[in-house]
Structure formats: C-alpha cells, structure tokens
Design a protein around this ligand. Sequence first.
Ligand SMILES: Cc1cc2nc3c(=O)[nH]c(=O)nc-3n(C[C@H](O)[C@H](O)[C@H](O)COP(=O)(O)OP(=O)(O)OC[C@H]3O[C@@H](n4cnc5c(N)ncnc54)[C@H](O)[C@@H]3O)c2cc1C
Length: 506
Amino acid sequence: MDRFDVIVVGGGSGGGVAAARLTEDPDCRVLLLEAGPDFPREEILPPLFTISGEHSWKSAAIPEMDWEFYNADRSGTLNGRQLWLPRGKLMGGTSMVNATIAARGAPFDFDRWAAMGNSGWAWNDVLPYFIKIETDLDFGDQPIHGNSGPIVIQRYKPESWAPINRVMYESCVELGIREAPDLNALDAHAGVVGVMPHNRYKEVRLGTLVTYIRAARKRANLTIRAGAVVDRVLLRNGKAEGVTFVDGKGDSEIAYADEVVLSAGVYNTPAILQRSGIGPSAWLKPLGIDVAADLPVGKNLLDHPGFGMIFKGRGLGVTTGRSFVADVRGPAGPTGEPAWQTHPFPVDEEEGMAGFWTYLTHALAQGEVIIQSRDPRQAPLIDHRYNTVERDRQNFEDARNFCKQMLASATFRRHGAEWVDDINQPIVEALAARLGAAHHQAGTAKMGLASDPTAVVDTELRVHGFSNLRVADTSIYPDNVQHNTNLTALVVGERVAEFVARGQSH
Ligand SMILES: Cc1cc2nc3c(=O)[nH]c(=O)nc-3n(C[C@H](O)[C@H](O)[C@H](O)COP(=O)(O)OP(=O)(O)OC[C@H]3O[C@@H](n4cnc5c(N)ncnc54)[C@H](O)[C@@H]3O)c2cc1C
C-alpha cells in the first residue's frame, strides 16, 4: 500500500471525528481502517439503522454489525450470567447504534481529570470543543453552547413523549426535585429532573457516519478501507511505522504512516496494543508476545453499571412516543457529584409494564480487558467485575429507595402503580439477577503522567514511550464522566486531530 501521513484505526465516535478533521488539511493524507462495513451511499440511500430503533427499551442490535462481546463474570457476582456488551462494528462505530442521548460530561469530571495530572483537560479547556461539535437547537444562543457544529442536538417536546416519561417527570416535581430545562447547563448535574438532549434530528441518528465522515469522504486525501481488521501496530525503536490488518478477503496487508491513531474503542484498542507488545508483561509473555512496553493497557476498565426495576399501572407501559427522555439526577454528594441517575422506559403496553433504569455515575468497580491469543479474530476476555464493590451496592440501594418514593407518589398512585419486581430483595441479590451495562465503558488506555503506574497515554494522547502512536476513543478517559460518553468521545477525536496536526507542522 501507499504510505500515509496518518492511519486512523476505527471509524467510530473518536476515529470518525479524527479522520474527518485531519483531512480538512488537503496536504494530510489519511487512511481510515474500519473493521465493519461502510455505507458510501448513505446520504442518498439511508441504511435503516440510521433512522430506526433505540426509542424502545431494547438495545440497538444489528447482529452483523456487532462485535459480539460478553462480560466474563469471573467473580460470580452476576450469578454467572453472560452479559452482552454491544459495540458497533460499522463505519460510525457505536455512535451509529447508540441511544443518541447527547449529554456532556460534567465540569467536575474534567476538573478531576486535570487534578489527576492531565493539564489541558480541565472543564475550561474542553468546553470550546463541546461548543464546536454541536448545533444546539434549543440553547445554541447561550455562551456554553454552539450553533454551527456538525452534531444537531435537540430536546423532544413533552407532547411527543411516551407517557411514562411524563409520569416520572411529574412525580419528581411532586417530590420537590428542581427542574432543569437544559441538562447540559452548568448547574444541572445533580439533584435535578430534566429532558435528555438528543443528537437525533428528523429521525436520523447523528453518529459520525452521517456527519463527520459524510463531510470528509469526498476528499481526495482520505482513503477509506472498510472490512479491514487491524491486527497490530508495527513498532521500531520507540516509533510506530504502520499497522498490519486482515482485509475483507482474509488477506494480510500492511500500511505505513508517519503517525498512527488507535480509535478502535474501549475493548479493541487495548487488544490491538497488547497484540503489538504494549501491555502488562504478565499477560503478554504467556502468549509468546515480545514486550515493547510494559504498560497497564486493558486495566482500569470502567462503566456505569445499571439496574432495571419493573412496575405496572394504567397506561404506564404505552410504547408509542419518545423514550429515554425524562431523566432524574441524584442528589449531590459531599463533592457536589451525584451517585446515580434514573430514567424510565415503557416495557409492555398490553401488561401496562414499565421500568426505572438507574445507573451509577461513578462506580468504583474496575475491570480488565485481556487478549486470549495473538489472533485478532478472537475476542478478548472482558471482565467488568460488576457488583463486586459494597459502596456501589449502597449507591444502588439509595437509588432504589428514591424509586420507591417515586412509585409511592400521588402521581404514580393515580395510575394504580405497583411493583412487579421484588423491590425489597437484598440489593446484592437483586443486582446479581438484574444488573446490566449502561454501555458507557471507558478507561483501558488511561491518560496520565508517565510517573503514574496506571497511565498509558500522555495528555496529547501519545502512548507513553512512543512519539507517534496515539489513542483517541473512550479508552483514554482517566476516570469516567458522569453522564453518557459519546459527546466526550467526539471531543477526544477533535483534540487528537489538533495534536497530530500540531506535531506534524513541527
Ligand atoms: C447500546 C448503546 C447505547 C448507547 N447509548 C448512548 C447514548 O445514548 N449517549 C451516549 O453519549 N453514549 C451512548 N453509548 C456509548 C457511546 O456510544 C460510546 O461511548 C461511544 O460511541 C464510543 O466511542 P469510541 O470512539 O470509543 O468507540 P466506537 O464508536 O465503538 O468506535 C470504535 C470503532 O473501531 C472499529 N474497530 C474496532 N476494532 C477494530 C480493528 N481491530 N480494526 C479496525 N477497526 C476496528 C469498530 O468497528 C468501531 O467502528 C451507547 C452505547 C451502546 C452500546
């Protein structure tokens, strides 16, 4: 293959933005390698997934475009259940199969990142990028919002909501919870009820396929290879020379570049690094992999664990209308941060069933991603260690108590609401039976100082010890953000493009 200035691995949230922004410079030749299929005619022939799904309580699922990853419950704290961990395997990545909730990280998230040694990542540093990526149709005229970015954000009007959203919202107001019209506002991160912002407009999910990549694909300096599964990065003397990948026909190929950006996501980025010899030597040596750098790649796996509680009542299960709209954020703890948030979902119209989905915004349980062989087609072992930390269980218990208050409110009583699930089951057992992922996984190539034994990349997202190998996806989050993870991944993509451009102009 030709030589490129930059190879971007993975065309998802982080990688789609990175490839698009880098190719705005006509002199920067970029190769974008994506394992899944591409949809070059999507603008005139929209694939159904761009306009369907994720307004019911089921996760988005396109079997042919999913990585088919499962959580290994090695500790047995989920009763040995195999939990599905969906990840998009297509151009646009997980941004094209997600629920399109466009929640930013909170200011205290990024200020905590900075306090961990990541200068340049405090709230005031990242805010310009949250502004740059969006066109907020409701609050775009406000200083903290944008009105000219590629991602259109809007909030569905109450008349279009599935009824359970309205009922939960009103019960929160009855319980004295403050209303926040903009859940991305500075004062809206704890102790509020509000309407979820969505990056979905005129029915189209605005993931990177139909925004950033659409804008970039006509550029002569962008080469897209879909169906290309990257195996490893070629390393020599502390530098990346290129990557090896298996193409759509099953043949091995090599591509060379001055710089490599890995945006293969929270499970696959660590797998590629480990196959390349960057990872814990205790994991790599038994597989016969020469260790180029003994870094904690694949550790620090984070998520927002979630827990569904089902109830029933007159009209509560109606499935028509917008779902994932009303959201209540738990009270501020001692640091000003909430421990949980909850939104409702209709389950079964005929049975009148609906649920509260609660997730922990800052779970303490940390897991790991470990390759099981050198074969890029074999899934890594993924163990989130869900339901292993007592503090996390206590936070779930607090959230469950709040859900009990909501169901006991006059608003819910008017619907004759009653629990279907055993709401007094010991929380550890309830979680073992029903805990699920909120799909906000992060942290497996953590950003931090070189002196930090848990860090993998520096503040310009370079893998420690390698001047031209970077990571740009949710793997780099040193700690999880409070809310949904996608917008922050787009910000990471914006920033890596600037870091690479700055480095190449030197
Ligand atoms: C069901 C679901 C619902 C969600 N809902 C929301 C939501 O409403 N709001 C929100 O903010 N977040 C949501 N998220 C999370 C959010 O979408 C993700 O955090 C974000 O998209 C991750 O971006 P990323 O760049 O890290 O990875 P991805 O977007 O997953 O991109 C990784 C890309 O790399 C490709 N790739 C992987 N390995 C290789 C390889 N070896 N070679 C080549 N290519 C490779 C993948 O196919 C993929 O295209 C949801 C996630 C899921 C699964």
